[in-house]
Ligand binder design. Sequence first.
Ligand SMILES: C[S@@+](CC[C@H](N)C(=O)[O-])C[C@H]1O[C@@H](n2cnc3c(N)ncnc32)[C@H](O)[C@@H]1O
Length: 241
Amino acid sequence: MQGTFYVVGVGPGDPQLMTLKAAAILKKCAVWFVPSAFENGGSMALSIAAGAVSQEGKTILSHRFPMKQVHRGQAPDPEVKSAWQEAAKTIMACLKEGRDVVFPTLGDPAIYSTGFYVCETLQEYGSPFHVEIVPGVSAIGASSAAAAVPLCLGDERLVVIPATFENERIRELLNLCDVAVFMKVHKVMPRLVGLLEELGLADKAVLVERCSLEDQKIWSNVREAVDQEIHYFSTMVVRKG
Ligand SMILES: C[S@@+](CC[C@H](N)C(=O)[O-])C[C@H]1O[C@@H](n2cnc3c(N)ncnc32)[C@H](O)[C@@H]1O
């Protein structure tokens, strides 16, 4: 019988924020297919998973996915596409041997995760396979909790915005919502904070860096973070009201 492919959210960093279901699936799967964004093969998803479930006896297949933007409706960069295809081939080979494969992914699989692209690529190969997606605690909820800032109350509208969007697009989205969560902020802090300043929103923003990890930092004055080396794991919540 063919194995099952599990895409499992492992939360934002603290292994205690992993669900019991995620831990149970990691425990039962002999093959962990771990995404790595780094040349040296280091994987945050793996270190979170291994903080809750022993890696002993597991086959760990580390696969590097290039950190390049994907625009829906447009063909992905060939390097990105080929990383998805290689991953799908390796995973499919394990599934055909009857082995279950788990793909641990940072936060929640539904939010900017490679897991869904890998599923789509597996589907393109046309072979039927079983897939199960297991939700996780996203950096969105975890950052809101760490900063003790609610995401939506009453009839408020929430939007999630990649901070890499151009200013015009961010302005439009900010017009439509009451609360905005900015992800992928680390490289664009001066531009983003400048825009928030212009819109009178800089004082409404809070930045959570390395949320739930030991060195978590909360920047309640986001201006102070502008000329700092902010970590990739940083999320900003802006409550306009
Ligand atoms: C590719 S997205 C992955 C999101 C992830 N699937 C989730 O649900 O949280 C990466 C972005 O998530 C946010 N992020 C991930 N982990 C974080 C953490 N521990 N603290 C703050 N932000 C984090 C950052 O904005 C980062 O740029």
